[in-house]
Design a protein around this ligand. Sequence first.
Ligand SMILES: Nc1ncnc2c1ncn2[C@@H]1O[C@H](COP(=O)(O)OP(=O)(O)OP(=O)(O)O)[C@@H](O)[C@H]1O
Ligand SMILES: [Mg+2]
Length: 689
Amino acid sequence: MAPATAPTREDALTSDEPSSDGVEDPSETVAADTISAAEQELYGGRLRYDQSYVRHERPLTRLKFGHMAAALPRMVGMVLRTGWHTDPRALAGVVTAQLGQGVTAGWGLVAVNSVLTQLFANGPTADKLRDAVPSLVMLAVAAVATAVLAAWSTAMSGRLEPQVERAVSARYYTAVTGVEVEATERPEVQRVLEAGKFGTDSARSMLRLSVGVGGVVIGMVAAAVVLAALHWALLPMLLAVALPKGWGAVRSARRDYLSRMNWVDHRRAIASLLAYLTRPHAAGEIRAHAAGTKLLSSYEEMSRQTEAEQRRLARAQASTDLVAGAFAGVASMACYGVLWWLLASGGLPLAVGGTAVIAMRTSTARLTSLVQQVNRLYEELLFITDTEDAIELAGENAIPPSGRPLPSPVREVWTEAVSFTYPGADSPALTGVSVRVPRGKVTALVGANGSGKTTLTKVLAGLLLPSDGNVWWVGEPGERVELREADRAQVFGCVGLLAQDFPRWEMTAAANVAIGAGDRPRDMDHVRRAAQEARVLDLIEGLPHGWDSIVFKGYERGVQLSGGQWQKLGTARTRYRQAPFLLVDEPTSALDPHAEIASFRGLWSLAEQGHAVVLVTHRLAATMKADHIYVLDHGRVVEDGRHEDLMAREGGLYQGMFTAQAAQYGHTPAPDTLPGPRGTRPSGHRTVS
Ligand SMILES: Nc1ncnc2c1ncn2[C@@H]1O[C@H](COP(=O)(O)OP(=O)(O)OP(=O)(O)O)[C@@H](O)[C@H]1O
Ligand SMILES: [Mg+2]
């Protein structure tokens, strides 16, 4: 079982609320401005969203009633269109059922009016009752029809809702995963994309609420039509009761939304504190270093802040409800006053007065439900607008879906005076870097921590586009394509990555290898071969559940791999991809000496088979045999050549690093004299059920 660290909609709660004219009430921002000692100590400051992630308009403009009223039809239209694409029959069913319910509601009122008219007519009671029977039957039929239609609507919307949620989620996640890596590094993009996550389940709620609101509105329109037919003055009365409640609903929804978004980072931090407490990898420090005590006390302190915010919201909600209720009460009294005056002055027959009272009472009940649903609809609308914004922004920053085809075959990749600065960074990570990565050779990148090696591998992989300079994908003489113009799907198709912080998928061992080629069907022979090459086959096949073992403790078939075993599994994944350009970033940092030597030998044999291997490593014994070594320092290539050339540079950076490392052993080791790899024994593992 994996504790969820991702924030949920409920995590994203609560804060400062502008008053309806957009001016913030200072007394309401207190909770948002406070910083707990825990927040300061663990996160270095206040964890609140500044709302700057909202694009195009200032957030408060966007929350204005007119703006939202304009957005509502667009979003409901989007949800309905999605529904139409996923299941047109269900959508048609829902709409028909709702329309039908409106008709039966109107029909019921007409029947009530006719019953009352007959009962209030002159004559013996027995005759009046007999005359009213057909109208009573009509009333009963209307009630049955309403019930049947409501059931049909429930069934159809139950079928439609999950499909709409899936469709919107798929659209959002497809868009987000297609964004340029560089764009995801920009905080303003990251925030919009992140905020969009909360709206994916809003599509489902919006559909349910739109159907609900649609039903209530149709019922009220039917009542209004009947009332207006009875007497025109009855219609404004209905509106007068409706307006204060509508105002209250919108105000509350807006306050809740602002609060949720403002406290999203705070909530997420609380969720991650709790997640650490049960994460296996933190279990040691939680106990031995008393990290658990610190986390728990911080959790309590930070939770108290959100509780204060909840209290503030509850108080504000109560006052809004009171004000709305008071206005609605005054409006109801005025309505009944008008009705009384109409009846007293003979402007309205008694029977119509009776119908009006019934219509107004049922309409008030409907109104209460309408207000609740509009409140939710408004809130969901805000979230789903975030999702739509995220999808739009993702589209603007998407990796181009096409481009110039790469030469076939690609012989090498060059970078030409490439510079790259991470968004928000003060200094460039790469400056004027020119390297050549040919097929059939091992190209090593070495340098101190932070010198730019990983960044350069990302540029070579086509994941980061340089801010200056070019990256050429080169084929036969005269054939070359620059990365920005290239068909990126083809670029990615040529690249196999073993990143420094490669993902550890919480899935089976087989899935962890086969996901190296996520666009191809799994081939188990091939998986086994890749594992054999990475020297992890015996280990996996020796597990009680073999390839079906989930390489994450806590699942029924879960096992715990060691750091080195994980690295071998990661290597198997890269091997499985069978790409001509392999970029391996510290592939042996967790391996024992024999496994490390075996891993390097494997890389050399891949180069002999015609792959281009880019090896990033701090183990300089391995770079001795590299075909070419680039030494990076503060984002620049300061030396390059073969090992012997670089060692010949007196006072050179490489010579200094190599000599320092060799000195730890008391001599300069020659790789050929190191013992060869022994057969890999499966390391100890534990299964957990
Ligand atoms: N995502 C990022 N956002 C901002 N700056 C980054 C990012 N990743 C790396 N950097 C910065 O870019 C510089 C180069 O980092 P890079 O990861 O390429 O170094 P490296 O040579 O791989 O280091 P190491 O040997 O520690 O792996 C560093 O100063 C680092 O702080
Ligand atoms: Mg690195």
